[in-house]
Design a protein. Structure first.
Length: 285
């Protein structure tokens, strides 16, 4: 049997999409009997106004101090609310959990440290993602090496991983993504292996897609192979388009490099399709 994740880290925020993200992460933790870590950036989006540095008079300085205290009080209050919601969610599901606020200073480095000993990271897309202001999805994927589950903020599906699509090109990165997603693949009701422009890849074998289909089938996954031609369209666009129209609730892909991940996240600037990721994506490298 595939090894299921035993430590999951979800990056939280106080939005409705952040609460849905936490619920999906908690559902995975319950399913796999995993420990769930909720990370929250206390001062995300908060920075001192430049004019505050020019205060000189005693009254002005006192005003700056009072303003900073109000900001800190508001952020600490929000932190308490997010932490309480997270803990209540986990207790209700019987999930082992801990809440880890990230304070000011080296927030990106702290986020990476909190990710290194996890089996799966869960973030949102686009903003709010739950990540620190100076941290991007591609950076945390590259720095941690941990599989990244990106849940679109606009996506309101109830379950992730029942109908899965794999973006397959016989690359090491795609193979790693399949391995990382194996516990999901074997439990899914359907798995589609999507191959874009198969004639352009020599590693797919004589019967295109047969090898990966047989490999997953031996693990117990129910797999279908679909081949499509890009016809000049960006491959990332083709994959996301097919995932949307097939009713998939999870797309599994491998990222070759930061540019490849950014292509999946942001796509071609002339296309509106990729401005919002249509379905959750599990990405590995």
């Amino acid at each position: 049997m595939p090894i299921s994740p035993k430590t999951i880290t979800v990056f939280l925020d106080c939005s409705a999409s952040g609460q849905r993200r936490a619920a999906h992460a908690a559902a995975f933790a319950r399913r796999w009997e995993a420990h769930l870590v909720g990370v929250y950036v206390v001062f995300k989006g908060v920075s001192p106004h430049p004019s505050l540095g020019y205060a000189r008079s005693e009254k002005a300085i006192a005003g700056v101090i009072a303003h900073e205290r109000r900001v800190e009080d508001a952020c600490e209050c929000a932190t308490a609310e997010v932490g309480e919601h997270f803990q209540t969610l986990c207790v209700g599901l019987g999930v082992s959990s801990e809440f880890r606020p990230i304070q000011r200073g080296k927030t990106a480095e702290t986020a990476i440290i909190n990710s290194l000993h996890s089996d799966l990271l869960v973030i949102g897309h686009p903003e709010p993602s739950g990540l620190p202001d100076d941290m991007s999805a591609d950076r945390i994927l590259l720095a941690s090496g941990v599989p990244l589950l990106i849940v679109p903020n606009a996506w309101k599906g109830e379950k992730i991983g029942d109908r899965i699509m794999i973006g397959w090109n016989a690359s090491p990165e795609a193979r790693r993504a399949v391995s990382d997603a194996m516990c999901l693949l074997v439990a899914a009701s359907s798995v589609t292996t999507l191959i874009v422009d198969p004639e352009g890849c020599k590693w797919l074998g004589q019967e295109t897609g047969c090898d990966i289909s047989q490999h997953l089938g031996r693990h117990g996954a129910h797999v279908e192979v679909e081949q499509v031609a890009s016809r000049g369209r960006p491959i990332a666009e083709v994959i996301l388009d097919r995932a949307t129209h097939s009713g998939s609730d999870l797309l599994v892909v491998g990222a070759r490099n930061p540019a490849h991940l950014r292509e999946l996240l942001f796509g071609n600037a002339t296309r509106t399709l990729l401005t919002k990721m249509p379905v959750p994506v599990l990405i590995s490298r």
